[in-house]
Design a protein around this ligand. Structure first.
Ligand code: KIV
Length: 279
């Protein structure tokens, strides 16, 4: 049985910390489910880590839908949240159309969108229509051209604004809220003021849950680890070693062996070759 937003909210009430991870395809989603992680985000980070763009901005709704579908097919237990990409929720009507497509065309259970008080009316309408919404404040990557990549809320004015954003989003009906690149003390203060769970990334340990990007935490880059990520594996190295070994085996003729091949009756081959010779 798939988890619901009620299960996720119950985790906060019980004081259970909530792990969340991004996934972008069928196979990864199967692995997330096997690991018992309750929340999958098909994030618009896929623009960067899967499609090679410099920011999240270029990914389209159709591209998102393609990946969200695969993740839903690969998972049976985790609640799947699909990100609404840049400029797909600029009006309430457009947001209803975009979020509706995510739920109807992929089977995901919720959408995530970025922004504070200004998106509260949009959130409220989506929730009224039965579309669960996860909020996202602090550093919001779709506004990278305005804010740069930097911690948000170190000064009192912006910190207060983020608290107001969090309360407005809760009031509008988000079931959970991502806090990205926010000082740990502020994230803790926001978490304490909300009934809904906060999910941090670069926001300290005082959030109700944490989200990590698949490629960051599994070491799928060869060069770069963001400060907020912990590497739990170095899969890029593991994969490169496996590929080098494969290439060596092919070059040396040690792969494939009989166990990787099928065989035929010698007489059948003989008959085939003889019939060619007769022509
Ligand atoms: O798109 C994404 O992966 C995200 C997380 C970083 C929270 O929004």
């Amino acid at each position: 049985m798939r988890l619901t937003i009620l299960d996720i909210q119950r985790m906060k009430r019980r004081g259970e910390r909530i792990p969340m991870v991004t996934a972008y395809d069928y196979t990864s989603a199967q692995i997330v489910d096997r690991a018992g992680i309750p929340l999958i985000l098909v994030g618009d980070t896929l623009a960067m880590v899967m499609l090679g763009h410099p920011t999240t901005l270029p990914v389209s709704l159709d591209e998102m839908l393609h990946h969200i579908r695969a993740v839903v097919r690969g998972s049976q237990q985790a609640l799947v949240v699909g990100d609404l990409p840049f400029l797909t929720y600029t009006t309430v009507e457009q947001a209803v159309h975009s979020a509706g497509r995510v739920l109807q065309e992929t089977g995901a259970q919720a959408v995530k969108l970025e922004g504070g008080t200004s998106v509260a009316p949009t959130v409220q309408r989506l929730v009224e229509l039965g579309i669960p919404v996860m909020g996202h404040i602090g550093f919001t990557p779709q506004s990278v051209n305005q804010m740069g990549v930097r911690v948000q809320g170190k000064r009192a004015g912006r910190a207060r604004q983020l608290i107001e954003d969090a309360l407005a989003l809760q009031q509008a009906g988000v079931f959970s809220l991502v806090l990205e690149l926010v000082p740990a003390e502020l994230a803790h203060a926001i978490t304490a003021r909300l009934r809904i769970p906060t999910i941090g990334i670069g926001a300290g340990s005082g959030c109700d849950g944490q989200v990590q990007v698949w490629h960051d935490m599994l070491g799928l880059y060869t060069d770069f680890v963001p400060r907020h990520a912990r590497r739990y594996a170095t899969l890029a190295d593991t994969i490169a070693t496996a590929l080098q070994q494969y290439a060596t085996d092919v070059r040396e003729g040690t792969f494939p062996t009989l166990e990787h091949s099928s065989s035929m009756d010698a007489q059948e081959l003989q008959a085939a070759l003889a019939s060619l010779d007769e022509q």
